[in-house]
Design a protein around this ligand. Sequence first.
Ligand code: A2P
Length: 347
Amino acid sequence: MRVKDGCRVAILGATGAVGTELLALLEERQFPVSELRLLASPRSVGTTLMFRGEPLPVQATTAEAFEGIDIVLASAGGSTSKAWAETAIAAGAVVIDNSSAFRMDPTVPLVVPEVNPEAAANHRGLIANPNCTTILMAVAIYPLHQVQPLRRVVAATYQSASGAGARAMEEVKQQARAILAGETPTAEAFPYPLAFNLFPHNSPLTPSGYCEEELKMVNETRKIFGVADLPVTATCVRVPVLRAHSEALNLEFSEPFDLDRARAAIAAAPGVTLLEDWDQNYFPMPIDASGKDDVLVGRIRQDLSNPNAIELWLCGDQIRKGAALNAVQIAELLVERSWLRPAVASA
Ligand code: A2P
């Protein structure tokens, strides 16, 4: 591959909340970039973003923009990914897609590098980055699943505004200002005001009564863990936090899980930090996790209602490990293991 001279990388959705983080991470992690193209909607043409101290122009997304590109990091929403993925693949690129468009496609690997790195080898030019709450949960519970196989997962999430993009984050700030000024807040990015409020996750409801976000946690976790019938259930809630998600997890095993073993497994695992101070009642908070790479885990305790279950609390940066960092780690995996070339012919 051409990687010895660096990769030609395109960020699709470069001006968004995840796109700007992708840009920062490529620089911060010294990803071998020989050329970088910043792609967005025609609205953003004329703007520039900084990379390695230089301003780079944002380009409109066109077929020509993918020519000669090795890796596309896509975070511009499902419809944009669907519109451009095959064009990028045909141009010879590997697309690492942050949208939900292809995640459950059996020909598309769904990868969390700390959990199932090997899955990334078998791509046809397209690899999916999982849903943010799913990534954070997977990184935290996989080390326990390796010690004793999980029998059931019950999740409740507390999800920040960042999951809905940069516009939604700005909207929450505006709503807070309006409320503090005694005005009535308005909502556009979200269906309801989020500042000083919370609501069940705003993704579309399905006939099952679960919203799509909740079903992503169910189905994507099964695919990532390679356990097709793993019982997982979730209630997802949007909370007025700007950029880190939190999750309360009840994890059931087929026999009791010693808490010291659980702590040791979490403490030794990549991508997770154990953060517990029982004397101070101090456990992970979104402000601790914001801007951090690791998922912060704490409050590991015995489930009083079930001898075979434990409770666990986590916070993780939704934009970083929940999206941009995981995508860049997948790109690093492809380069380090020489997996850029498709192992499977494109459909
Ligand atoms: P733009 O800023 O030009 O609208 P977020 O998730 O934070 O809302 O960001 C979405 C990203 O996806 C932005 O970079 C946005 O660009 C980009 N985007 C939205 N629609 C399109 C499109 N049709 N083609 C290319 N990029 C798009």
